[in-house]
Design a binder for this molecule. Sequence first.
Ligand SMILES: NC(=O)c1ccc[n+]([C@@H]2O[C@H](COP(=O)([O-])OP(=O)(O)OC[C@H]3O[C@@H](n4cnc5c(N)ncnc54)[C@H](O)[C@@H]3O)[C@@H](O)[C@H]2O)c1
Length: 253
Amino acid sequence: MTRLAGKVALVTGGSLGIGRAIAHAFSREGAKVAICGRGKAALELTVEEIRQSGGEALAFEADVQHPEPVDAMVDAVLGAWGRLDVLVHNAGVNAPVPFLEMPLSQWDRHIHINLRGTFIVAQRVCKEMVARKQPGSIIFMSSVNGLAAEANLAHYNASKGGMNLLAMSIALELAPFGIRCNALCPGFIETRLTKPVIDNAPAIADYLRTIPMGRVGQPEEIADAALFLAGDESRYVTGHCLVVDGGQLIRLS
Ligand SMILES: NC(=O)c1ccc[n+]([C@@H]2O[C@H](COP(=O)([O-])OP(=O)(O)OC[C@H]3O[C@@H](n4cnc5c(N)ncnc54)[C@H](O)[C@@H]3O)[C@@H](O)[C@H]2O)c1
């Protein structure tokens, strides 16, 4: 398992859910992995799990909405391991609210964490890659909601749509530097974000009808797609939105 041997990866929101599965998958493939997120306990647990499996990992309690903690984290990763090859910007939030009732604070929270955070982390990491003349792979954890709208998620839909266009913009400007940038667009994946729906029998039965494959996805299935985008197998892929959704978008569109 050496698809990422010798590489260093940063996974934001790597303590839980999809990000945690990606951190484990990258470590299994030989990468050193830095994760950040909110909540020290979950961060420490994931790092401990990776170390127990023989991998190298570092954790940072950094809020991606603000440049200062992101700068401190990137400096620390470079200080420890001397390079940064892969960024998976996965940190994100999603709290449904009908459009007419949406307070500005909820709009701002989603745009700040999901979109402003993406800009802050990606710009800092890309600047390092360019300055070091080092090629790299940038992966944004977007969503099918960045490609088709879902009710009560105007803030989330808009933030994920913005992430997709930001990925294409970075791909366009940084291809000459050997930096690829792609968005991963998962459908409905079993994590704490989706637990309230999964635990509600009538709601999940309704939801499953929208998924041609008839089941929810698992974080490991997104991690496999992230591995593809991180490694050399995707060396000619940039500016792409890779949908991993059991066929859900076929019906949404
Ligand atoms: N679960 C799904 O069905 C699904 C579908 C499509 C896209 N996504 C996207 O995948 C990503 C991960 O979702 P998940 O379901 O694993 O969620 P999760 O709630 O299980 O994990 C979210 C992670 O992001 C971190 N985080 C949240 N706010 C942060 C901030 N301000 N700064 C730093 N870290 C922060 C958390 O600490 C945690 O590690 C999100 O961007 C989400 O929008 C999820």
